[in-house]
Design a protein around this ligand. Structure first.
Ligand code: BGP
Length: 481
């Protein structure tokens, strides 16, 4: 639909930016913090780009006040960050670490004092190693009470001040990379376990959402899903079917469970046929059905395009395709599952140096699909451009990032005009930070940080051109994008 006149952004729209604990904090073993699975995984040779880790990251733990000050100067309305479980419970459960609780309490107070709404992600992948060692972490149902206990501790400590909570960040990504392609901890390739792990995460997510609602906290909670809308390469019905398969197994498989408490029909049937369906215990179906998120968190980076992939002799590499973690354009490999789909290049969209498609219309499509299938407000919890940035005479002229974000802001405005209830937009990311597998050279921030693969940078903060552009966007409530 083309609009002659676009709707305005709501007056309380949450303009902001995002981060995650492991990617920014550093201080990995300070003030009583326990080790997470990421603290250990990064030390396995060959796992991360040039062996980079988050031991220091961009030292946000010691510099959070400086970071918040820059947010305030930018006029930021919201800041999404995650809490490191291991700072609160060094062993995942048991004794609370007061110093950890205090760190986030001070951060929240500082944000609020500067008129910035804190958006808290409860889990952004840094599982306590102690829980992985004790029972395999997400591989066991024991994670459910431990996750609820941890979340309840946060609700009690910060529920009076935090109004927006993200339960799990990108369950689809951390489980895919952890148990299908072995590129995240615990580094396994086990198709059956992958679906069981997801079932536990679904139950834990539902239990935490219920706990939040039972506690009567004045706020909203929902998961953040990494949604890649799926396209067909053309109108050949088989290619359209391939795109539907990708959407069913790559999106409905998670979001249907979050909202309806049920696995989608075709996906579950597919898993049953192959002996991969998760094992349900008594009460599981009821628990999943009883929880309802208040919003859908959307992490949107790109779209994917599909073609038919025959069951005999098709592309078969879902557990071992080549990802581009070097920033050398064109080094990623398409992937596929015989009988379902394979990904192919989309001739209509450009790509980044890390081979991610750039598709702002895809964001509008994502917002509309979520709104009409799930009838929930959407909080865009991540969207951004990872690129090389150059510091020249103390400045970073990231006009390519401005161009990227500008087009995505327009797409949001169009989706709002289409009738989608969008609560806010927290871009990825606020400062430059550690990209899990791509080191420090893949930068996303509004604020440049002098840090690189040597991990010995001065950590100086320098606002980029995009920082000043976003400041104007916020001041005009999206009119001057
Ligand atoms: C999302 C994660 C973020 C962030 C982002 C960018 O999947 O939630 O933590 O890393 O992607 O991805 P990357 O760092 O791989 O470029």
């Amino acid at each position: 639909m083309e609009h002659k006149k676009l709707a305005a952004f709501p007056s309380d729209f949450l303009w902001g930016s995002a981060s995650a604990a492991y990617q920014i904090e550093g201080a990995y073993d300070e003030d009583g913090k326990g080790l997470s699975v990421w603290d250990n995984f990064v030390r396995i040779p060959g796992k991360t780009f040039k062996g980079t880790n988050g031991d220091v990251a961009v030292d946000h733990y010691h510099r959070y006040q400086e970071d918040v000050k820059l947010m305030a100067e930018m006029g930021m309305k919201a800041y999404r960050f995650s809490i490191a479980w291991t700072r609160i419970f060094p062993n995942g459960t048991g004794e609370v670490n007061e110093a950890g609780l205090k760190f986030y309490s001070d951060l929240i107070d500082d944000l609020l004092a500067n008129g910035i709404e804190p958006l808290v992600t409860i889990y952004h992948w840094d599982l306590p190693q102690a829980l992985q060692d004790a029972y395999g972490g997400w591989e066991s149902r024991q994670i459910i009470p431990d996750f609820v206990n941890y979340a309840e501790t946060l609700f009690k400590a910060y529920g009076d001040r935090v109004k927006y909570w993200v339960s799990l960040n990108e369950q689809n990504i951390f489980t895919h990379m952890g148990w299908q392609i072995a590129t995240h901890p615990p580094g396994k390739k086990d198709p059956k376990l992958f679906y069981q792990v997801n079932h536990h995460a679904n139950l834990a997510n539902a239990a935490v959402i219920n706990k939040f609602h039972e506690m009567g906290i004045d706020g909203k909670i929902g998961p953040s899903f990494a949604y890649t809308p799926q396209y067909a390469i053309d109108s050949n019905p088989l290619n359209v079917l391939a795109a539907e398969n990708a959407e069913e197994l790559g999106a409905h498989f998670w979001m249907d469970v979050y909202v309806y408490g049920e696995y989608p029909i075709v996906a579950l049937n597919y898993l049953k046929e192959r002996g991969l369906a998760p094992t349900f215990e008594p009460g599981d179906a009821e628990l999943l059905k009883s929880a309802k998120p208040d919003f859908m968190g959307l992490n949107f980076y790109q779209t994917a395009t599909n073609a038919w992939n025959p069951i005999d002799g098709g592309v078969e590499n879902k557990d071992s395709y080549q990802m581009n973690t070097t920033g050398k354009k064109g080094t990623s490999q398409d992937s596929g599952i015989p009988g379902l789909q394979k990904t192919v290049k989309n001739p209509f969209v450009e790509t980044t140096n890390w081979d991610w498609t750039i598709d702002p219309v895809g964001l509008r499509i994502a917002l509309r699909r979520i709104a009409s299938r799930y009838r929930l407000p959407v909080l865009i919890t991540e969207n951004g451009l990872g690129e090389y940035d150059k510091l020249e005479d103390g400045k970073v002229h990231d006009d390519y990032r401005i161009d990227f974000l500008k087009k995505h802001v327009l797409a949001i405005k169009e989706a709002i005009s289409d009738g989608v209830d969008v609560i806010g937009y927290t871009t990825w990311s606020y400062t430059d930070l550690l990209s899990w597998l791509n080191g420090y050279q893949k930068r996303y921030g509004f604020v440049y940080v002098d840090q690189d693969e040597t991990m010995t940078g001065s950590l100086k903060r320098i606002p980029k051109d995009s920082y000043y552009w976003y400041k104007d966007v916020i001041a005009s409530n999206g009119d001057d994008a």
